[in-house]
Design a protein around this ligand. Structure first.
Ligand SMILES: [Zn+2]
Length: 278
């Protein structure tokens, strides 16, 4: 029998909750109006989604809709569970929907330890549900009855299609902001991500409560630090790539020591720079 994974629930204001899924420390969001409620990101498979759904239902019995901040498996693989429990409207960027349609199965590897059924495509709720409500470049305002939220993109960053959700002073950023671990560069354009963080910093006020894709709630100063660290890593990384010996595939341990993101993500960061720089 599949065991649901119980998340940790934190209320941030009268309408907004952060729901921490333990597996990847991924933050789902819940925004509750008078007529409808929104779940932001559904977890990494049916186990997490079952715990998340139960947590949501302890707070509200209103009809739900889902927003996926981006197409990584730990954020979208609970969609099928939510669809089976009555959710019809799944929102995402066009790029995220396209990634999930074309490469969704490749995402399954990521969740193999936490969600073996999802990884192996076995059993109920292990199919991939691709969002059909596409949020365009102009963004959208969703009215939940008595309260509303804005969902919008700020350009390419962590992936080709990251969405943010704002309700009052609460801002859900998906993996554009990460707390407790390095940013993930697997599908990122680090140059554009740094520019995006600059725009994001301007979007925030001193009292904005930022719910990152993973880890604890942060403030605008944290975004400033992530931005400065990325700018420094880009400067260092460009020098490393410029002097890269022909024929070498992986960065050396010495090169990685100059980067701030730990061996795995620093290595991916440098590989992305090599692909992006002329
Ligand atoms: Zn991600």
């Amino acid at each position: 029998m599949m065991k649901p994974l119980a998340p940790k629930v934190e209320q941030l204001d009268p309408h907004c909750w952060r729901i921490l899924n333990h597996g990847f420390s991924m933050n789902s969001g819940l925004i509750v109006g008078e007529e409808r409620a929104v779940v932001i990101d559904t977890g990494s498979g049916p186990r997490e989604a079952a715990g998340l759904y139960a947590a949501v239902r302890r707070i509200t019995d209103l009809p739900l809709l889902v927003i996926n901040t981006h197409a990584h498996g730990d954020h979208v693989f609970g969609n099928s569970y939510f669809a089976a429990h009555g959710v019809e409207d799944f929102h995402a960027s066009a790029a995220a929907a396209e990634h999930l349609r074309g490469h969704g199965d490749e995402e399954r590897q990521l969740v193999r330890f936490l969600e073996p059924e999802m990884a192996l495509r076995q059993g109920p709720y292990s199919n991939i549900v691709v969002p059909s409500r596409i949020i365009g470049e102009a963004g959208a305002t969703l009215d939940l009855g008595g309260t509303s939220l804005e969902v919008f993109g700020l350009g390419r960053g962590h992936t080709a299609g990251d969405l943010l959700v704002r309700c009052g002073r609460i801002l859900f950023t998906g993996d554009l902001v990460e707390e407790g671990g390095p940013p993930n560069f697997e599908d990122a354009d680090p140059f554009l991500w740094a520019e995006l963080l600059e725009r994001l910093e301007r979007e925030c006020r001193p009292d904005t409560v930022i719910v990152p894709g993973h880890g604890n709630v942060v403030d605008v100063d944290f975004i400033g630090r992530q931005l400065r660290e990325m700018r420094a890593a880009l400067r260092e990384g460009e020098e490393i790539v410029a002097s890269w010996p022909a024929g070498r595939v992986d960065p050396t341990a010495f090169q990685l020591e100059w980067m701030p993101y730990g061996p795995e993500q620093s290595s991916i960061f440098l590989q992305r720079l090599r692909e992006l720089l002329p």
